[in-house]
Design a protein around this ligand. Sequence first.
Ligand SMILES: Cc1ncc(COP(=O)(O)O)c(C=O)c1O
Length: 450
Amino acid sequence: MNKQEIEALRKTDLSHQIHPQFHVRDHENAVIFVRGEGALLWDAEGKEYIDGLSCLWNVAVGHGRKELAEVAAQQMGELAFSNSYVGFANVPAIELAERLISLVYDDMQAVFFCNSGSEAVEGALKIARFYWHLRERPEKTTIIARREAYHGGTLGATAVTGLPPFHEGFGPLLEGFARAETCYPYRCGHCAGADDCTLACADDIERAILRAGPDTVAAVIGEPMHGAGGVIPPTPGYWPRVREICDRHDVLLIADEVITGFGRTGRWFALEHWDVQPDIMAVAKAITSAYVPLAGFIVSRRIHEAMLSSPPDAKFMHGYTNAGHPTACAVALRNLQIIEDEGLVQRAAELGDRLRRGLDQLAVLPCVGDVRGLGLIAAVELTEDRATKAPFDPAQKVGPRVMKEMRERGVITRVKGDSILLAPPLMTSETQIDRIVNTVGESIKAVLGS
Ligand SMILES: Cc1ncc(COP(=O)(O)O)c(C=O)c1O
């Protein structure tokens, strides 16, 4: 494409498309992608990039997988779509449900399909309340969510999101939600981090339950490790303690595994790291590696049994036209097969070690405050003063400037404040991982000096 054609496309885009998390000033000179192969992307000008965030923690098996295009074409040729409302089913959705249940935590029993992570979270919140309704405890409705959480863009998901910019201009937020602290070892107000974690942050969830009154609380929701909130793995004792608190107060635990599911952290699902089982989980993104949209929430045996034994008038009146979309489910089945056949879960663990070892070397730079991650998802948090951990003045826009330098050097990523977030496809090569690390270092130096 020549420069004039690209400029014309940009102009039309600005005239007619509202983008996610949009402000027109942030969308000048948008990169227009035209091709992807493996961990690489190319824009309309022919410039090559490493996809350092798997296009939003999404394209796990990498770009350009012909077998996923073929399976979609074959399914579309046979049965592109049929609805899955009660009384109807299709073969790929049935097979995928069985496959998912064989992959997820032992205690999980049944899946509800939808189209996006936000819808999966929304459904998880609704099924939590519905479960207590079935159990004849309709007063148990409050959902406890955590600071730094990102759970999506719908109103329920926004209410459980703990990042204030996502609330601005959308108030009042829905009622029936309460907030607790999270586990952020580098910036913990209680203790200094993993080595001496007292789990006071987990106990804050108990305080939130007690403030609301345990008889009114339906569930606690959390990402096993925060993603968009800054890629923040918790200390090892955190989730076991939260599980124990939930059990003690008869409160359900919802795991939002929209980013962490399907291998990203070096296990199929992230709570496996701490041997914790949720009652409900939300999955999306890597379930199809984003070749087509698909998501779902999955419930435990006791919730499924409560649904199966409910009286005929206690219907779960929740649904989406495209739930259980046969083409999306066929692609998911093939995608999961690729993850298994190519050992990508183990590979995420190994590549993640390499990525973090590389990023650890950047600690020689005085502005690198924290390097963290789990499997193939990592963050580098920059600080103005390592001793006090003082953040840079937001007006300096240090994080966004580093991100721009990285883009110019051919690595696409995202930042949260001054944390640089990384999550390349699970099949990224060692050389590409090293290139990402070098680019992070060069870009930080370009912005802040060495
Ligand atoms: C943990 C988590 N939950 C939910 C969502 C929402 O997913 P979607 O953007 O597909 O609606 C996201 C999106 O990044 C996410 O990171």
